[in-house]
Design a protein around this ligand. Structure first.
Ligand code: NOJ
Length: 585
C-alpha cells in the first residue's frame, strides 16, 4: 500500500506505460469488458463477513482481556482521528439484529472471527477461560444455525491477546505456536459440534508486514527486513499445527474442514513482451499470496523468495538468509495442511522490474522484491487509497491459484469496496458496479475450471477499518456511528447482492439492469430516513450542548463550529469560482 503521493507520480508514468500495454492481453483478451450472463453451480454458497475487533465493541466487557488492537488503538497518533474499536458497531450486543440482516439478504453463510482474549483473557488456556465470552459465540452460532446460515469461523483476525505480546513479543516468538494451538483446540472442543468451516488465520500477510515491518498495524513494530519473515514463519507453523490437531483429534467426529484465508492482489506485468516485467509480476504475487500458499501446498517458500532474499542477505554481509528455513520434517508436516483455501481479494497492480539497492540499512520486505507497483489512472478508486477496481485481476488470481496449487477448493473470504466517511450516500451505485463485475469475473473463473465453492462479500456492516478508523466504509449496511445505538441502514448494494443470491448469478441483461434500477430507487427512501435521523441527532446534540453547562467548549467547536465553517467555506469558494469563470467567459 503505497502513499498517495507515490501513486500520483506513478499515475503520470502509467499514462505512458500502460496505454501501450493494457490493450494486449493473453487468455482473457476477448473477455475484457464483456459481461458473462449465466449462473453459478448448484449449492454455491453466498455470504458476508466481519471480524471481532472491527465490529464487536464491548472491548472491556464481561471479562474480556486486552488485545494488541485495544492497546494500539488507544495510543495517540496510530489511528485516524485517534478512533478505537471500543464500541464500534456494538455487534456484541446485536446478535439477533445482525442475523436478521443476514436473513434479509438470504445469506447461506456468515464469516466472523472469534476474539482470542474474549475467551482467554491472558491468551493462555491454563490461566483462565472466560465463560461469558464462550456464551456470546454460542449464542451467535446457535442463532445462525436456527436461521439456516452456515458459520465460517476465523480463529485469528489480528487481535492477539496483549499479554502474549508483552510476555513473548507476539508472533516474533515460536511459543505462539503452542498458545494458538491451545486456543484453537478449545474452540474445536466447544464449538466444533456446530461449526464445520474453520479458518486458522486471516490475511497473515498483513499481520506480518503491517504488524512487524511497517508498524502501521498492531503491535506497531518496525523490524525491517526480518520481523515480517519471522512472524510469517511462526504463523505458518501455527497454522499447520492447528490443522494437524483438528485432523487427528476432531475430524472423524466433527467432520469439518480447516483452511486459511490468504490475501492477494493480482500483479500484471506493465509490458507483457518484457521478460523482466513478467518475472517481476510473478515475484509480486509469490511474495504476497505465494509466501504462505507455497509452504502450505508444496512444503516450502517460493523458490524466488529464497533466491532473492538469500542473495540480498549475502550482499548485506549476513551469514544466513533473512528468510528463515524449514527443516525437512517441518516441510512435510506443513505440506498439505489445507482443506480449503480462503481468498481475500480487492485490487490489482501493474508491476515493472526495478532494482533496489541491497545495503543493510535499507533492507526490507519491499526492497527484497526488486519491483515497482503502478496503477492505471483510469481505474476507479471510490474509497481506500489502495483500492482500485480492476475486476479482470480477480479472474487471473483465481486461475493462478488453480495452476500453482493443484486446483484447491476455494472460498472467497473477502471481496468488496469502501467509500469515504464523508459520503453518507446509501445509493452506492459504484459498489453495485464493483460487486457485479468482480462476481462476474469469479463466474468466468469457475467456467475456466477454478474450484470456487463460495463467495463472501466484505463486509456486512460498516466497521472499524484498522489504522483508517471509521473513515472507510466497506459495509453493505451503513452504520451510524454517531448514534449511540449504532443503527444499521441498507445501502442499495444490499438489494442488488440479494438478487444475485436469489438468482444464483446473472440470468440475463434485462433482469440484471432491472435489479440495478430498482435497487437505486428503493435506496432513496432509506437515504431520506437516514438524513432525517441525522438531522434529528444533530438537533439533539445541539440541545445537549446548550443544556449541559459542563459541556466543553471544545466539543462545541468540533461538533458544530468546524462543520459549519467548512460547509460555508466550500460554498463561498464555489461561488467565487463560478464568479471567476463567468468573468473569463
Ligand atoms: C483485509 C482485512 O482482513 C479486513 O479486516 C479489512 O477490513 C479489509 N482488508 C479491507 O481493508
Amino acid at each position: 500500500m503505497l502513499p498517495r503521493c507515490a501513486f500520483s507520480v506513478c499515475h503520470v508514468l502509467m499514462l505512458v506505460l500502460c496505454l501501450s500495454a493494457a490493450e494486449d492481453f493473453d487468455w482473457t483478451k476477448n473477455d475484457h469488458g464483456s459481461f458473462y450472463y449465466g449462473t453459478f453451480p448448484a449449492g454455491f454458497s453466498w455470504g458476508a463477513g466481519s471480524s471481532a475487533y472491527q465490529t464487536e465493541g464491548a472491548w472491556d466487557k464481561d471479562g474480556k482481556g486486552l488485545s494488541i488492537w485495544d492497546v494500539f488503538s488507544h495510543k495517540k497518533g496510530k489511528i485516524q482521528q485517534n478512533e478505537t474499536g471500543d464500541s464500534s458497531c456494538e455487534g456484541y450486543y446485536k446478535v439477533k439484529d445482525d442475523v436478521s440482516l443476514m436473513k434479509e439478504l438470504k445469506l447461506n453463510h456468515y464469516r466472523f472471527s472469534i476474539s482470542w482474549p474474549r475467551l482467554l483473557p491472558t491468551g493462555i488456556k491454563s490461566d483462565h477461560i472466560n465463560e461469558k465470552g464462550m456464551q456470546h459465540y454460542d449464542q451467535l452460532i446457535d442463532h445462525l444455525l436456527e436461521n439456516k446460515i452456515t458459520p465460517i469461523v476465523t480463529l485469528y483476525h489480528w487481535d492477539l491477546p496483549q499479554v502474549l505480546q508483552e510476555k513473548y513479543g507476539g508472533w516474533q516468538n515460536i511459543s505462539m505456536v503452542n498458545h494458538f494451538n491451545e486456543f484453537a483446540n478449545l474452540c474445536f472442543e466447544r464449538f466444533g459440534n456446530r461449526v464445520k468451516y474453520w479458518i486458522t488465520f486471516n490475511n497473515p500477510w498483513s499481520v506480518a508486514v503491517e504488524g512487524y515491518e511497517t508498524g502501521e498495524h498492531a503491535p506497531g513494530l518496525k523490524l525491517r527486513g526480518t520481523g515480517a519473515y519471522r512472524a510469517a514463519h511462526h504463523i505458518i507453523k501455527a497454522h499447520a499445527k492447528v490443522w494437524h490437531t483438528y485432523d487427528t483429534q476432531w475430524r472423524a467426529k466433527q467432520k469439518g474442514l480447516v483452511g486459511i484465508s490468504l490475501s492477494g492482489d493480482w500483479g500484471e506485468p506493465v509490458d507483457i513482451s518484457n521478460q523482466k516485467d513478467i518475472e517481476a509480476a510473478e515475484r509480486y504475487v509469490q511474495f504476497y499470496l505465494g509466501w504462505f500458499a507455497t509452504p502450505i501446498f508444496h512444503g516450502d517458500y517460493p523458490q524466488v523468495m529464497k533466491d532473492f532474499i538469500g542473495r540480498k542477505s549475502v550482499q548485506q554481509g549476513l551469514g544466513t538468509s533473512r528468510l528463515p528455513t524449514f527443516s525437512p520434517q517441518e516441510k512435510s508436516y506443513i505440506k498439505g495442511t489445507c482443506d480449503f483455501l480462503g481468498v481475500g481479494h480487492f485490487t490489482t497492480r501493474y508491476i515493472t522490474q526495478k532494482n533496489n539497492p541491497s545495503s543493510r540499512s535499507s533492507s526490507s520486505y519491499f526492497s527484497d522484491r526488486d519491483l515497482a507497483e503502478l496503477v492505471d489512472p483510469r481505474w476507479p478508486d471510490p474509497g481506500s487509497e489502495w483500492l482500485y477496481s480492476v475486476p479482470w485481476g480477480f479472474r487471473r488470481l483465481l486461475n493462478f491459484i488453480k495452476t500453482q496449487y493443484g486446483n484447491p477448493m476455494i472460498y472467497v473470504t473477502e471481496n468488496g469496496v469502501s467509500e469515504k466517511m464523508l459520503c453518507t450516500e446509501l445509493c452506492d451505485d459504484w459498489r453495485i458496479q464493483y460487486y457485479k463485475d468482480y462476481i462476474n469475473e469469479m463466474l468466468k473463473a469457475i467456467k475456466d475450471g477454478v474450484n470456487v465453492k463460495g463467495y463472501t462479500a466484505w463486509s456486512l456492516l460498516d466497521k472499524f477499518e484498522w489504522d483508517e478508523g471509521y473513515s472507510e466504509r466497506f459495509g453493505l449496511y451503513y452504520v451510524d456511528f454517531r448514534n449511540k445505538n449504532k443503527p444499521r441502514y441498507p445501502k442499495a448494494s444490499v438489494q442488488f447482492y440479494k438478487r444475485i443470491i436469489s438468482s444464483n448469478g446473472f440470468p440475463n441483461q434485462r433482469e440484471v439492469e432491472n435489479w440495478r434500477r430498482k435497487a437505486v430507487e428503493t435506496c432513496s427512501s432509506s437515504n431520506q430516513l437516514l438524513a432525517a435521523e441525522e438531522q434529528r441527532s444533530t438537533a439533539a446534540n445541539i440541545l445537549r450542548l446548550i443544556h449541559d453547562p459542563l459541556t466543553s467548549h471544545m466539543e462545541m467547536v468540533t461538533e458544530i463550529v468546524v462543520p459549519t465553517v467548512c460547509t460555508l467555506s466550500i460554498l463561498l469558494s464555489a461561488i467565487f469560482l463560478m464568479f471567476l469563470l463567468r468573468r473569463r467567459n
